[in-house]
Design a protein around this ligand. Structure first.
Ligand SMILES: Cc1cc2nc3c(=O)[nH]c(=O)nc-3n(C[C@H](O)[C@H](O)[C@H](O)COP(=O)(O)OP(=O)(O)OC[C@H]3O[C@@H](n4cnc5c(N)ncnc54)[C@H](O)[C@@H]3O)c2cc1C
Length: 514
């Protein structure tokens, strides 16, 4: 069952399905957090119904198919594969029978604005040599950074990642560890402590952006990503991340549970301080013994739970909270292949700290950008017609608090990104375009129901982490639980799968309710 030795405890509960007559759990939303929650509740004896407002499952990980190309809408970098293996194992199955996770090498090709580039890889010796070439004086510091990353992982991920943090005492208990690991430092501060070269500092810090954290303000706990990637690798699901979504949906259905699409929830119903079901937009009521929301945590409290049931997450508090950045994503297909382009590329612009300041603090849409370019056809050519490439390029942008008029701005912004790609890694792109679509912060707000169109929910700063984040076991209403990016531990596939893992600790086993 385990892909490796680790101290993460095995899940509680066996692989039992939920026949009619068992207590009923409703899960609002079918993102990775919601799908994982459904399987975990099923294994704990519940009959589960997942209600999804869109016409397809996956949330941010839905799939766009057009013009013969397959575009994963969101996550592409799969880390911590054992968290997926565990879900299959809960159903007595093997992940490998349904989905092939293929290691990606290099993890990322990082191109700096001066045209130099470095391959960020899992191979320790190759990385040491690359660092020695980039910053000869920093090799020892780089090794110290990796050792710090491992120590943080052992506490931040293994010990705290699936703890509920719904009592102040839980927080108090881990404070000494967090102080020892210097989690008051930022990700950037941690890199600066160990290495001097600015390019190397960028190389060690951009990863927190992949889960919505500004390396200059987010807690250094996120430095654990370096160890996580290096120890277990970066993977790609053959067929696209959508294959993982489809696999989870298949498991849910095989276990006898229900997934209803086009079923938007309008309200969480409460009786005597206890969640007792939901009301859909259509007016239909679905009764439940427990309710789990995988919708954006701020949206859940603001729009799905009536104000009279909220003491902590009041409208005022939610208005004053800090939300992560948003994203502009351009999905495009080309009539030719760009064999030199790696699967994952980071294309840095002329500014790093200042650009992130524009995005996170000033909420100003800058004219320059740093980009993440995804070329899945480097690993799986079946995602595009023969001889063609599928891509997406993603630019971090301020959330809708910036006031940017995306209805007008989207096309000029896309054209600017196209020009940048043509000038750097994709010459001749304009002539070879065969398919195109964009996603803007408006989609995050209007399609995915995220407050301010934030791509990663509440910003992962120390004052909005662990106990300070909306709890997995709601502090407002009994029998209401939250999973997904906006709750503990946070965004990213390992984060949202871990949030569902917390349910094993806080949701009563169905037997206790019958
Ligand atoms: C472009 C992009 C790239 C990313 N890349 C990576 C990556 O490479 N690796 C990585 O680990 N992470 C990545 N992430 C982050 C990761 O994708 C997310 O953190 C994660 O997928 C969020 O999962 P979630 O469980 O919070 O649910 P979400 O995906 O946010 O899904 C929530 C679901 O709830 C539904 N919903 C909302 N309100 C209601 C309602 N009222 N009724 C019914 N349903 C409702 C929504 O329609 C949606 O389907 C990326 C994110 C984006 C946007």
């Amino acid at each position: 069952m385990w892909s490796d030795e680790r101290s993460v405890p095995p899940p509680v509960g066996g692989a039992r399905t939920g026949p009619p007559g068992r207590p009923h759990a409703v899960v609002i939303g079918s993102g990775f957090g919601g799908l994982a929650a459904a399987l975990r509740l099923g294994a704990r004896g519940y009959r589960v119904t997942v209600l999804e407002r869109l016409d397809a499952p996956g949330g941010r990980a839905c799939v766009h198919r057009q013009d013969g190309y397959t575009f994963d809408a969101g996550p592409t970098v799969v880390t911590a594969p054992w968290l997926f293996e565990e879900l299959w194992a809960l159903c007595g199955r093997r992940l490998a029978d349904d989905v092939e996770l293929r290691p990606v090498d290099p993890f990322y090709r990082v191109r700096f604005d001066d045209g130099t580039s470095i391959d960020y890889r899992g191979d320790a010796q190759a990385m040491r040599e690359a660092v020695a070439h980039l910053a000869p004086g920093d090799v020892a510091g780089y090794e110290r950074f990796l050792a710090a990353s491992e120590a943080i992982f052992k506490v931040g991920f293994e010990q705290l990642g699936d703890q509920p943090f719904d009592r102040w005492a839980d927080m108090a208990r881990c404070l000494p560890d967090l102080m020892r690991l210097q989690s008051w430092r930022t990700v950037w501060g941690m890199a600066c402590k160990h290495v001097k070269d600015d390019k190397l500092r960028v190389l060690l810090t951009f990863q927190s952006l992949l889960v919505g954290g500004n390396p200059f303000t987010t807690t250094s706990v996120y430095c654990l990503i370096a160890f996580l990637e290096r120890r277990w690798g970066v993977h790609f699901a053959m067929g696209g991340t959508g294959a993982l979504v489809a696999g989870l949906v298949k498991l849910i259905r095989e276990q006898g549970h229900a997934l209803r699409l086009n079923a938007p929830v309008a309200q969480i119903l409460v009786e005597q301080g206890r969640a007792c079901g939901v009301r859909l937009d259509s007016g239909e009521t679905v009764r439940a013994d427990v309710v789990v929301s995988n919708a954006d945590s701020a949206w859940t409290y603001r729009h799905l739970l009536a104000p009279e049931h909220r003491r902590r997450w009041t409208d005022r508090r939610l208005e004053r909270a800090r939300y992560s950045m948003s994203l502009f994503v351009w999905y495009f297909g080309t009539r030719r292949r760009y064999e030199d382009v790696a699967h994952h590329s980071i294309l840095l612009g002329p500014r790093y700290r200042e650009l992130l300041d524009d995005i996170f603090r000033r909420k100003h849409l800058a004219e320059d950008f740093s980009l993440y370019l995804h070329r899945p056809t480097a690993t799986d050519p079946s995602l595009a017609p023969r001889g063609c490439d599928a891509f997406y390029v993603l630019a971090p942008v301020p959330h809708l608090g910036s006031g940017t008029d995306w209805a007008r701005q989207a096309e000029p912004y896309r054209r600017a990104i196209q020009a940048r790609l043509e000038a750097t890694v994709l010459p001749g792109l304009g002539e070879s375009l065969a398919s195109s679509r964009v996603m803007t912060p408006l989609d995050f707000r209007d399609r995915l129901c995220s407050v301010h169109g934030a791509a990663f929910g509440l910003e992962p700063v120390l004052t909005q982490s662990a106990w300070f984040r909306p709890h997995n076991r709601s502090e407002e209403v009994e029998r209401l639980y939250l999973v997904g990016a906006g709750t503990h531990p946070g965004a990213g596939l390992p984060g949202v799968l871990s949030s569902a893992r917390v349910l094993d600790r806080v949701v009563p086993h169905a037997d206790e309710l019958v």
